[in-house]
Design a protein around this ligand. Structure first.
Ligand code: SAM
Length: 265
């Protein structure tokens, strides 16, 4: 993977929350399941404004973590004991994250994203609106799940409008694959919920073919009125909006982690 993230050179002037030099952490799962192969994924560049840089430097130490071999102590990080925790993978600019968080103030929300300006935008909203239940992780969500979150530690995982990788030769980069579904299932507590939404018809079909592939996830379809957590994203995000303009249909998927103990795949 060629990491071209300009923040390596610290050109944003920030002193914290930068990805270390060298090859990003990438696990070999060797369990016979499929995982995204990111290939030469190039990280989108983006510059923080001077105000964002100041805000980032002030708040990152308390609010943010960079992907690392470190198991997160959730109670310590959020400063409270026993709250539910939801991980959102690919939070983008955090529009729906910030809109949902005040409605689930009793829940810890971890927004995981590679794109630094997106995290900065969400951080700005969280600081301005005093959304004390949001934390940020910068890095690949698959690695964050594998390295930083213990088994059965999450009440929910959200993946809203994941990159569709429309070209057939790029399908292997899609995040929804059998291995990631298994990894998510092991990190969810029994009863925990996985929520995925896409506005891409071909990706929806791809996901539909995988809804029953993971034995630890019971497919609930959509809608699921008894779902134990918030599923209304509250806002139409940039990506979702683009889809709607093109009259794309939004397809939503919900699964619930079964009570069965996780077994090695
Ligand atoms: C199409 S955007 C959707 C953003 C947001 N959920 C929304 O609805 O506006 C997908 C986002 O996922 C992020 N992303 C892609 N792969 C990721 C990964 N493996 N881990 C974390 N974020 C990822 C991208 O940087 C991008 O911001």
């Amino acid at each position: 993977m060629h990491n071209t993230d300009s923040s390596h050179s610290d050109s944003h002037g920030t002193t914290v929350g930068n990805v270390p030099f060298g090859r990003p952490l990438q696990s070999e799962f060797n369990d016979g399941l499929d995982y995204p192969r990111l290939g030469s994924m190039s990280f989108r560049r983006g510059t923080l404004t001077p105000n964002q840089t100041k805000m980032w430097d002030e708040n990152w130490p308390a609010m943010g973590k960079v992907l690392a071999d470190e198991v997160i102590d959730l109670d310590e990080w959020f400063g409270r004991t026993g709250a539910k925790t939801i991980l959102e993978i690919g939070s983008g600019t955090g529009t729906s994250t910030a809109a949902m968080a005040p409605l689930e103030a009793d829940t810890n929300i971890i927004a995981c994203e590679i794109y630094k300006p997106g995290l900065a935008k969400l951080m700005g909203a969280a600081v301005r609106e005093n959304l004390s239940n949001i934390r940020l992780v910068r890095g690949d969500g698959v690695e964050v799940l594998n390295r930083m979150l213990p088994e059965q530690s999450l009440d929910g995982v959200r993946i809203y409008f994941p990159d569709p990788w429309p070209k057939a030769r790029h399908h292997k980069r899609r995040i929804i694959q059998s291995g990631v579904l298994h990894l998510i299932a092991t990190r969810l507590k029994p009863g925990g919920v996985l929520h995925v939404a896409t506005d891409h018809a071909d990706y929806a079909e791809w996901i539909q073919e995988l809804v029953h592939v993971e034995p630890l996830l019971e497919f609930k379809g959509w809608p699921w009125p008894e779902c134990p957590q918030l599923t209304d994203r509250q806002v139409i995000t940039k990506f979702e909006g683009k889809g709607l303009e093109k009259e794309h249909v939004i397809t939503e998927f919900l699964w619930q982690r079964t009570d069965a103990p996780a077994q090695e795949a």
